[in-house]
Design a binder for this molecule. Sequence first.
Ligand SMILES: Cc1cc2nc3c(=O)[nH]c(=O)nc-3n(C[C@H](O)[C@H](O)[C@H](O)COP(=O)(O)OP(=O)(O)OC[C@H]3O[C@@H](n4cnc5c(N)ncnc54)[C@H](O)[C@@H]3O)c2cc1C
Length: 404
Amino acid sequence: MKNLRIAINGTGVAGPALAWWLKQYGLTPILFERAPALRTGGYIIDFWGVGYDIAERMGILGELQRKGYLIESLQLVDRRGQSVAILKTAALRSLLGNRFLSIARSDLAAILYRACDNVDTRFGTSITNVTEVSDGVLATLSNGREEKFDLVIGADGLHSEIRSLIFGPQEDCEQSLGAYVAAFTLSGYPVRNELTYMTHAVPKKMVARCSLRDDETLFMFTFHSDLVPELPQNNDEAKALLRAVFRDMEWEVPSILFRLDEAEDFYFDRVSQIHLDSWSQGRVALIGDAAGCVSLLAGEGTGLAIAEAYALAGELQAATGDYRLAFQNYEQKLKPFIKQKQKSALKMLPFFAPKNTYQLFLSRLVIRASSIPILSKFLMKDLLKDDIDLPDYSMIPVPRTQIE
Ligand SMILES: Cc1cc2nc3c(=O)[nH]c(=O)nc-3n(C[C@H](O)[C@H](O)[C@H](O)COP(=O)(O)OP(=O)(O)OC[C@H]3O[C@@H](n4cnc5c(N)ncnc54)[C@H](O)[C@@H]3O)c2cc1C
């Protein structure tokens, strides 16, 4: 097979995972990343399922376990900090055969990236335009240069630039789920509950806290979009919005907000899904959140991004570089599965931003019930089960005539 040069825009989770698998098949990935270096800090993610299995095949599971956390419980507290519901994760963990961990998204991304072993990476540079020519794609770079590749892959997340270039504006494919999320870490926060995800919710708002290593604490705020009069344009405006929306909330919220300006790696965005009719056009394809963001509600976006990377690289190898066939097979294998995940994720919205006291009450009930093994199986099966069986591409023989 011809040694394809494949540009990947975005060095988050999907990008490095794809680069790793392409390298296994002797192809040449080139990573682009808008940020000047790998992003640090940020939010913590749960990691299990098909992505976990692929990470094991990549030989990075040990490192993920070392950097990760085995969260033991999720605890809902009232405005005085009194526990109102506890979910012991043991029941869910056993449903998943103990193949479940939580890890900072940035640690997962860094582990994937390091595994790629000196892959050609252009930090501080994005692909800003793509023009298909007879034997490749001409990419215009943010530094003004032009470079030709065989294929270009958009792995640049929810607000993908590559997707906008080939499929038009984001609003045409974005389904806003009516909520916003902010996440950040603080150093030396005085209250700690090890291996416990603490949450306090009132109608339309939820705050969560999770103690991390090295005296760091992660905070996540989620809230209904009807509490947002005007969309913030930058982090300062987003912080001001957070202060205004959560002003009346009790528990530890006033002391967290008091320290908001010290927040490291402040993240703010709307909670959305991406629904596209197609994941590719010509020599350009999408993976990860760029293709089919499931949103934080699914709690599995990273694993799904890794699965997409695995399948896309595998299909390119199986089709011996026939990118049209590979893109078609990749999409056929993954899209119905991602659609199903998007659908089941929507059921989690009342937990992240309960609309009213009734939903708040229900989410407490679900949390309590999910600790009971038989009930957890019933309540969580749609969200947790990964009904997909991806091929072992290393076992697929490459036709001899096409190798030469
Ligand atoms: C608060 C929150 C909690 C979440 N919790 C979970 C969870 O528990 N479990 C889980 O599995 N998933 C979770 N997710 C979802 C998960 O983070 C995403 O699904 C996953 O990161 C998608 O990976 P990606 O590589 O497609 O995109 P990203 O991880 O977003 O990476 C995209 C990369 O592209 C770069 N980029 C963006 N634009 C450009 C450009 N124009 N040019 C070049 N580079 C660019 C970005 O800087 C970034 O490095 C959560 C998400 C949020 C917001």
